[in-house]
Design a protein around this ligand. Structure first.
Ligand SMILES: [Zn+2]
Length: 359
């Protein structure tokens, strides 16, 4: 108290300076925080509209996938802190690119695509969950090829997907790099989902698999594609076509997602964060840095995670990670840094002034 009263004038003036510096950015900063408060899950019901998906035993993939997805959404809605978005809630055709874009635009934390499998004979059955990766056997490639072939229904698929040909094995080489950063997290989710299927529902476990699914290639977040079972297997087809089976599968998937979310939170709390020294140590001077992004995810500060920007620095504040670019004592250079960052595509970026170790 005594200290504050005696230093009253300088204290107040410093406060005012910082206040006016922050003011223009207040709106942006608020919107960002708001968005990151919720754990956003994008649910993607495969196929729809003119694309029926597979029709094994007369069961319709597009209808069953939608029912399961809507049920997952209802289950997730019971969890505060989870926000659910859908790529479709009706029987409409949505391109693979648009599905991924819905998730990317929302800066979603998870992308979960739901499908139903098919085979040329009635024997194969069971559930499997895919992450984007290099296929280990021909069967996995076949599943990806069949699911990717829906792009033939799009007029400009060659252009839209950079010459990708669903039927050509060559097209599948190299596409796995796109999801590399999210692979570990995607596998964790896939594991949880398969665990729910097999321990609680006693579905046959076909495991966590890798293959080149286009829709997963296009997303920038942990993403899985679940083949909930085979419509070409009569008893499994009946199970998945029944409301009870759809609800059971949806509950299992939703429980897997919630477990994944809780695991992330736990890691956030326990994981030590390398302390960036510049804010703490620059106690005697003013520096400027550009805040590029805020996220609940602990990202590696690699250029590919930050639209090519190098030397990103990471700081933790509570449950949130802040990512900064540049560090300078010169306001002019700070402006240049800001322009650089905006040019890279971070339109909401702003300058943070650090004075006496305080933002
Ligand atoms: Zn499908």
């Amino acid at each position: 108290m005594e200290h504050c009263l005696s230093g009253n004038y300088s204290c107040k003036s410093k406060f005012i300076v910082i206040f006016f510096l922050i003011l223009p950015f207040f709106q942006t900063s608020y919107a960002q925080n708001n968005k990151h408060n919720a754990f956003v899950v994008v649910l993607d019901a495969g196929h729809g509209g003119k694309d029926p998906g597979n029709m094994g035993n007369g069961f319709k993939e597009k209808e069953i996938a939608l029912q399961i997805v809507l049920n997952i959404g209802k289950e997730l809605d019971k969890h505060p802190g989870v926000q659910v978005l859908y790529t479709r809630t009706k029987d409409v055709f949505v391109t693979l690119k648009d599905r991924a874009e819905i998730a990317n635009d929302a800066k979603a934390d998870l992308f979960v695509s739901v499908h139903l499998n098919a085979f040329r004979t009635g024997t194969p059955h069971g559930a499997e969950t895919y992450v984007l990766g290099t296929y280990r056997n021909k069967d996995n490639l076949d599943v990806a090829m069949r699911e990717n072939s829906v792009i033939y229904l799009e007029d400009d698929y060659e252009e839209t997907y950079d010459g990708f040909d669903p039927k050509s094995p060559e097209s599948y080489i190299g596409m796995t790099l796109m999801q590399e950063e999210y692979l570990d997290q995607s596998i964790v989710l896939a594991d949880f989902v398969q665990h729910e299927f097999t321990t609680r529902l006693k579905r046959y476990n076909r495991g966590v698999k890798k293959a080149g699914f286009l829709v997963l290639r296009e997303t920038y977040m942990p993403s899985v594609l679940i083949e909930t079972g085979f419509l070409t297997n009569l008893s499994e087809g009946r199970y998945l076509n029944a409301a009870s089976g759809q609800q059971a599968m949806a509950k299992a998937i939703s429980d897997g997602i919630v477990r994944y979310k809780n695991t992330l939170n736990l890691e956030d709390i326990t994981k030590g964060l390398p302390v960036t020294t510049d804010v703490a140590d620059n106690t005697s001077k003013v520096t400027y840095r550009i805040q590029v992004a805020t996220s609940r995810r602990n990202l590696k500060t690699l250029p590919q995670n930050f639209k090519g920007l190098r030397d990103i620095e990471k700081e933790r504040e509570g449950e949130v990670f802040r990512y900064y670019y540049g560090n300078t004592t010169d306001p002019g250079q700070a402006r240049d840094f800001l322009n650089e960052v905006k040019k890279a595509g971070y339109h909401d970026a702003f300058v943070v002034k650090v004075e006496d170790g305080q933002k």
